[in-house]
Design a protein around this ligand. Structure first.
Ligand SMILES: Cc1ncc(COP(=O)(O)O)c(C=O)c1O
Length: 380
């Protein structure tokens, strides 16, 4: 049995001397009139890169989705259609604003929300759709936009995992009326914790700036709050880390794509095991290299993870179907379109994220790929 001589972690950032240099500079200088300078730089770099008009730095992506829904006026009595297979952070903010998530199936190839399933779930209470660019894949944004337009719905893009991906030349985060990114330490651009909301809609953006600062106008110096709202701000030191990471964005995305290519070269002969999709017109930034085996292998994700763990390799399970989580036990309304045999069920049962951190090199991918082949070969 192949055993890695050192533990291979599943995720982690790329930190050079530049990140602590800028973080230290921010800790020294981002005070008084300069307190927002690094946040403003980080926001400008993201808007330039993604190709949107406005962005605001936040404590995390979850707050971005929360602000998006609140600014769009989604609230009690409303429903928001979301993919059944995603991280719970895509969906929890719907409950924060008092609305109801409605879970629908994902596509077999991209693992993103199925626009046909979205359309079938639209009812009189539907207010919005959240598409999630899962693991760097791109949603079918043209179709989702068409559905949203036909029914007068807001389209929100959860691009937490897809910074650097694009569809027909347009970057992830530029498709929803409003989108949100994550800079959690495991993400493509990392600030430890952190997030950003992006939009082209100036009126909506103004509302977001108001809501994220306890319901007062930006620049208010007199503590004149006109609504009870939220406090969602990113610290200057985190923003400085973000600036340093954005300076290196092309190199970071190239490294992610190289990691995927190394895996693809080694695993392409493994029949019945799918990797992340990159359909025509898409550039996938491959946040997490992911394997999804056929059910015929008879292995679920936890068994595969245990096989990797025994070989000193860390991994992560594909997100579970939200409808299978205890957190949704008391939400029958959310689950009314869920079927036991939907596509997401098999994907979520068998999928595993392989080590995809920036410390991966070809030698480490050699070990992980050999371990994967051993695990499947033994049962094939
Ligand atoms: C798809 C998706 N949405 C939202 C989030 C939330 O991001 P954050 O942890 O920055 O709030 C994550 C992060 O893990 C995610 O993967």
């Amino acid at each position: 049995m192949i055993v890695s001589p050192e533990r291979i972690p599943v995720a982690g950032p790329s930190i050079t001397d530049r990140e602590p240099e800028l973080a230290a500079e921010a800790a020294r200088t981002a005070w008084y009139g300069n307190h927002y300078a690094y946040n403003a730089r980080f926001e400008q770099m993201l808007t330039d890169y993604v190709g949107v008009a406005h962005a605001v730095s936040l404590p995390h992506c979850t707050s971005g989705l929360h602000l998006a829904l609140a600014a769009l006026g989604v609230g009690p009595g409303d429903e928001v259609i979301v993919p059944n297979v995603t991280w719970i952070a895509s969906v929890a903010p719907i409950v924060y604003v008092g609305a109801e998530p409605v879970l629908v199936d994902i596509r077999a190839d991209t693992w993103c929300i199925d626009p046909d399933a979205v359309e079938a779930a639209i009812g009189p209470k539907t207010k919005a759709i959240i598409g999630v660019d899962l693991y760097g894949s791109m949603c079918d944004w043209d179709q989702l936009q068409a559905v949203a337009d036909r029914h007068g719905l807001h389209l929100i893009e959860d691009s937490a995992e897809a910074l650097g991906s694009s569809l027909n030349g347009r970057k992830a985060g530029a498709f929803g009326r409003v989108s949100a990114f994550s800079f959690h330490g495991s993400k493509t651009v990392a600030t430890g914790e952190g997030g950003m909301l992006a939009t082209n809609d100036t009126g909506l953006f103004d509302r977001v700036l108001f809501l994220r600062d306890h319901g007062r106008a930006p620049g208010d110096r007199f503590f004149q709050n006109s609504e009870i709202a939220f406090k969602y701000r990113m610290s200057a030191v985190q923003a400085a880390l973000g600036v340093a990471q954005m300076e290196r964005i092309d190199e970071l995305i190239a490294h992610k794509r190289a990691i995927f290519r190394w895996y693809q070269q080694r695993l392409s002969g493994l029949q019945g095991v799918a990797l992340n999709a990159e359909p025509n017109g898409v550039v996938n930034s491959y946040w997490m290299v992911t394997i999804v085996p056929d059910a015929s292998f008879g292995l679920d994700k936890f068994q595969i993870m245990e096989g990797l763990n025994k070989r000193n390799i860390d991994s992560r399970p594909f997100f579970s179907r939200l409808s299978d989580l205890q957190a949704f036990d008391d939400r029958p309304v959310s689950k009314r379109f869920v079927r036991p045999d939907e596509r997401g069920a098999a994907i979520a049962r068998g999928g595993v994220n392989l080590p995809s951190g920036y410390n991966m090199d070809e030698a480490k991918v050699d070990i992980v790929a050999a371990a994967v082949k051993e695990i499947f070969g033994a049962r094939a």
